[in-house]
Design a protein around this ligand. Sequence first.
Ligand code: AMP
Ligand code: MG
Length: 535
Amino acid sequence: MQIFPQPLEQTIFTNSFVEELLGDPSQENVPRQVPGYHYSPVQPTPVPDPHLLAWSDELAAFLGLVRPPERGPAVELLAGNRVATTMQPYAARYGGHQFGNWAGQLGDGRAISLGELGAVDGSRWELQLKGAGPTPYSRRADGRAVLRSSIREFLCSEAMHHLGVPTTRALSLVGTGDEVVRDMFYNGNARPEPGAIVCRVAPSFVRFGNFQILLAHQELDNLRQLADYVIRHHFPELGVPSPAVYAQWFAEVCRRTAIMVAHWMTVGFVHGVMNTDNMSILGLTIDYGPYGWLEPYEPGWTPNTTDFSTYRYAFGQQPRVALWNLMQLAQALTPLVSEPNADLRPALDTYVTTFNQARQAMLLRKLGLTPQPDGQPDYALTEALHAALETAEADMTLFFRRLSHLVPVLLTEATGSGPAVQQLIEEVSYNPAGAVHGPLQEWLEQYAQRLGQESAAPEAIRAGMLAANPKYVLRNYLAQLAIEAAEAGDLTDLERLYHVLKTPFDEHPAYEDLAAKRPDWARTKPGSATLSCSS
Ligand code: AMP
Ligand code: MG
């Protein structure tokens, strides 16, 4: 019986992944292929001066943990300087398709899982350190992470959670006291940056790529064992694994992936590197790297310079890419079912229908509209909105938030062309040229008419929309400003941002600056407009 809350260093960990799956018997912590195993046991490498920079009180409370002091035993655990006796740290073996090409073995090159602990509701959560030193999967890299990318992962995974998007979580951000050399844009400008470690938390970090590597090596017993482990622990409602259950499980993975991507499209999140090793088997957003948030609504946008030749992972491509990734997962699972085509293909159709329905339901909620029995006219309305927002170069987050406030006016005036509408368009558009505003103006007129068919009171519609349209998202330039200040030793910006991102649908009068449209100087700023995989 656990007594909550307790200090991390007194928590008892369990290690189901390590105990129920096959571990590499070699203790050699050098880059190598690890055929035949699911993971490699590996110890984190200590850092010079671990100190706490950020902590998620809300996640900690759920996990029954007390906030630790800046330095001490808990922070040493969160930096990998100390390993509790009940922990059995490991790095998982996985492969993946990177930018559409099979890349062979990748694996946890800088992530080390410590073990699982029980939350206050009895569920079990795995703790994983990102940047805790080399593993057999580090290939030519150092196993470390810089403060810049660690702040981005900490803030964004917590922000996504509070927006209601399925995601891995972040418990802590720890500075290492060490420097790590990175060439941020792979252009010969390597420089030392402060090092950091995020402790991320999820029920499991298993990815599509964990299955793919096993098929690639024809390790079919290992493939089945991993599938059984995942079903037993994370999809127990499906029952005892059998060919029929594997098919149902795949359908559920498709369904969850569809919901996750629908959320991304709804909040304007661009993952940036949707390689199959970055796709969670639980349908969680995972591996926050060169991600970005839409400012002007632009389906072709990605911040990831590594993707500038094909734009494979641009915002508007994400639903299609997730489907492609699911097809690769289906391929990996074929040995588990009797008739791959009949057993797995319908789930891919499920993905498409679930995505379309979820996306539309989320959009209607943002627009304060009740789904109609025959939804067809509303599909036309929402389709037209995407095009109008793009043409008007409208800030997506600001548009929906301002629109929520405008609803009572639209209903009273019963027109979408009054001065308040003009003002809204001018405020949310990044392009002052009136000509590009036309389609959005027309759309608002159609919307005002459609809104008139709603029976709820204007105030109720407005309140519903304010609960669906966040005021605060992790704007790219705000993250970058917080990073630059933190690198100079000032955590104020990071703390202010984190504060609003925890309640993004609320008004925070003292934090209006964090809800502002992207200033022009940030339009092309490296680190906010552009990023790479170097982290
Ligand atoms: P990502 O692009 O972050 O998904 O990483 C792709 C692969 O490279 C994964 O196997 C990572 O573990 C590995 N990797 C990325 N950065 C590092 C690093 N600094 N040290 C070791 N491995 C890394
Ligand atoms: Mg990754």
